[in-house]
Design a protein around this ligand. Structure first.
Ligand code: ZN
Length: 385
């Protein structure tokens, strides 16, 4: 089956993140087993979603080292979008293949699966690995489960190419995403008796203003990276809820904020000042009225950034395989940082365009699939003994 046929097949599985991806995973696992390979799965806690990992050993039987070709199997919902064709039935019009996940990122997976026979008929100097994950679109939840299992099995690949849509350009770094929920627990009172209450909304507001001041400071640091279109780390409060009625001092308010850090910046450098402010300024004032008052800060999404440092060898290898010699740094995040944190040098490079991802009438140019087929063909050749 060629990459177009594979992509049609993969789009036919509705793998929206809220649903199971097992049908797709089982189909691919069967295919790989029929090729004589031994894929293994790692499941989520509920057992209804799986990552798939398979190693194509080197000619001498070696399974360590080599390159991982990585893609996520889940796609974003199509709810409320106006599609001209069924999003889960691939439709080819004007040299473009339309369907949910065509660019993000079943196109890359299709090219990789179509290349398996060529990989198998080549005497490889190094192993090749294929990694398919679940729940990337809802916070990169699947990849860490797979990477933990990889470590348990003592498998240590050297490199990883994450095939997110980059129009086949090499992306060498991306920002991280960290989201936090801050819950302020005050004390209610009748609004005519404010001194007896602890107004959770007002304390939350103080915290939001403080966090915004930190965000402003991030913009004027000396260590900005102008290779990113937004050259500084960003912080934004995006959700807030609290209060029950206008005449009740609210006892509860929760807000959520997101932090997009530059690769060299840590989570602690944002969060520690917030924790200090809560301890020194917020809690003493709240607890002077109600000793039980408290503030809880929870770290939700944790997607590490992809750093370009120490990846020179992989950059050189991939640079030979792409036509466009740019090395970009992007604002969106991938599983790349997670692979990197497991000691696997990583870049992002795949067919299709990020600009059509997550939208109605998502498509991939057939030429992009073709370009990725060639890329993988050259990659296999570079591993030929
Ligand atoms: Zn994606």
């Amino acid at each position: 089956m060629d990459s177009v046929a594979w992509l049609k097949k993969l789009i036919g599985f509705d793998t929206t993140s809220r649903s199971s991806n097992m049908d797709l995973i089982n189909h691919v696992a069967n295919y790989l087993e029929n090729q004589g390979l031994s894929p293994w799965l790692s499941l989520n806690a509920q057992g209804n979603k799986a990552n798939l990992f398979v190693t194509l050993p080197a000619a001498d039987g070696q399974t360590n080292g080599g390159i991982v070709l990585s893609g996520h199997t889940d796609v974003v919902p199509v709810d409320g979008q106006q599609w001209l064709s069924d999003p889960f039935v691939a439709d080819i019009r004007d040299q473009r293949l339309y369907g949910r996940g065509s660019s993000d990122m079943k196109g890359f997976i299709a090219c990789v699966l179509a290349a398996v026979p060529a990989m198998l008929s080549t005497k490889l100097t190094k192993p090749l690995h294929i990694a398919l994950s679940y729940d990337e679109e809802i916070g990169c939840l699947g990849a860490p489960v797979m990477l933990a299992e990889l470590a348990k099995r003592d498998l240590q690949p050297q490199y990883c190419i994450v095939g997110e849509p980059t129009s086949m350009q090499m992306v060498i770094a991306h920002k991280g995403i960290h989201t936090f929920c801050c819950e302020v627990h005050g004390k209610n009172a009748h609004s005519s008796l404010t001194p007896q209450g602890v107004n959770a909304i007002e304390y939350a507001a103080k915290l939001i203003v403080f966090i915004n001041q930190l965000a402003q400071q991030l913009q004027s640091r000396a260590d900005l990276d102008h290779a990113f279109d937004v050259p500084f780390a960003t912080v934004s409060t995006g959700m807030i809820r609290g209060g029950t009625a206008i005449n009740i001092v609210p006892e509860y308010c929760a807000f959520e904020f997101d932090y997009r850090n530059l690769p060299h910046m840590t989570v602690a450098e944002l969060i520690q000042p917030i924790k200090d402010y809560i301890q020194k300024e917020i809690l003493p004032a709240m607890q002077a009225v109600a000793p039980e008052a408290k503030v809880e800060l929870t770290h939700h999404v944790q997607v590490p950034a992809l750093n370009d440092a120490a990846n020179a060898k992989l950059h050189e290898l991939v640079m030979h395989l792409v036509d466009d010699k740019q090395r970009s740094k992007v604002a969106y995040a991938t599983e790349g940082g997670q692979f990197q944190n497991s000691g696997i040098q990583t870049v992002v490079c795949g067919p299709g365009s990020i600009s059509v991802a997550h939208k109605a009438n998502e498509f991939i140019e057939l030429a992009q699939l073709n370009r990725c087929d060639r890329f993988l063909g050259e990659l296999i050749k570079s591993h030929r003994s």
